[in-house]
Design a binder for this molecule. Structure first.
Ligand code: SF4
Length: 238
C-alpha cells in the first residue's frame, strides 16, 4: 500500500474517464483522471464545467486504490492527470507519488503556469504534455493569462530536464497563421517534440463564436507542421 497519511484523505482527483484507451499516454493503455479548476480561459476549452470549481474533492486515496486495483486487472499501465490545470493544487505531487507507488506510469497535462511545481515533479512524472496555446506575446488576449515569465520558465525547465515530453497546440484556422506558428516556435526553441492538433467544435465551448467553427482541416495542420519544422524539426500534425 502506498505511503499516504490516511486512505480517508482526499487526493486531487475529481473525475475519472471510465474507459481506458491507447490515445492519452504514448504507446500505453492508460486512464484519464481530471482535476478541477483552471486559471486560463481558452475559448476552445472542452472542460468548461471544471474551470471555476477549484475545491472539488471527490476521490479519497482509498477510493483511488480500489479503482487502480481494477485497472491493474485490465492491463492498464499508465495514468494521465489532466484538468483544469492540475498544478494549481498543492497536493498534486502527493497524488502523483501515490499513483507511482501503485505501479503506474504518470503523464501530466499542464498549461505551464507553475514552474516551481513542475520542477518538483521532474523526477516523478514520466511524461509531460505542455500546452503552447499560441505565441507567448498573445496569451493575454488569446487565453486571458498574463504571467508570461512563468510560462517561459516552465518551458525552459521541461526542455532542459524532463524525462520525456511534448508541447502541443490546438490549431484554429485563421488565428494560427504561418507567422503565429513561427513566433510560437521561437518560444519553445530547442524542444524535441511539438504536436499540432485539430480544433474540434462543440456546443458548450466558452467562446460562442467558436461553437460552429469547422474542425481544423488536415491540410492546414500539415502545412503548419511543415512551417514549424523550420524551427522545431520534431513537429508533427496529429
Ligand atoms: S488551459 Fe486547458 S483546461 Fe484551462 S481553459 Fe485552457 S483548455 Fe481549458
Amino acid at each position: 500500500m502506498p505511503d499516504v497519511a490516511s486512505l480517508d484523505e482526499y487526493s486531487v482527483i475529481h473525475g475519472i474517464l471510465r474507459q481506458p484507451s491507447l490515445v492519452d499516454y504514448p504507446g500505453q493503455l492508460g486512464v484519464l483522471m481530471f482535476t478541477s479548476g483552471c486559471n486560463f480561459r481558452c475559448g476552445f476549452c472542452h472542460n468548461v464545467d471544471l474551470l471555476d470549481n477549484f475545491d472539488a474533492r471527490t476521490y479519497t486515496y482509498g477510493m483511488l486504490h480500489e479503482k487502480l486495483a481494477k485497472y491493474h486487472e485490465e492491463w492498464v499501465q499508465a495514468v494521465t492527470v489532466t484538468g483544469g490545470e492540475p498544478t494549481l493544487h498543492a497536493k498534486l505531487p502527493e497524488t502523483i507519488r501515490f499513483l507511482k507507488d501503485e505501479g503506474f506510469l504518470v503523464k501530466l497535462d499542464t498549461n505551464g503556469c507553475n514552474p516551481l511545481m513542475i520542477k518538483e515533479l521532474l523526477n516523478i512524472v514520466d511524461y509531460f504534455a505542455v500546452d503552447l496555446k499560441c505565441a507567448l506575446a498573445h496569451y493575454p488576449e488569446f487565453v486571458k493569462y498574463s504571467q508570461i515569465d512563468h510560462l517561459r520558465e516552465s518551458f525552459r525547465i521541461i526542455i532542459e530536464n524532463a524525462k520525456d515530453y511534448e508541447f502541443r497546440t490546438t490549431i484554429l484556422e485563421n488565428f494560427h497563421t504561418d507567422e503565429e506558428i513561427l513566433a510560437a516556435a521561437q518560444d519553445i526553441k530547442g524542444a524535441k517534440r511539438w504536436l499540432l492538433q485539430p480544433f474540434i467544435p462543440h456546443e458548450n465551448l466558452p467562446d460562442e463564436a467558436l461553437r460552429t467553427l469547422p474542425r481544423t482541416k488536415p491540410s492546414v495542420l500539415e502545412h503548419l507542421a511543415e512551417v514549424a519544422r523550420t524551427v522545431i524539426p520534431g513537429t508533427l500534425a496529429r
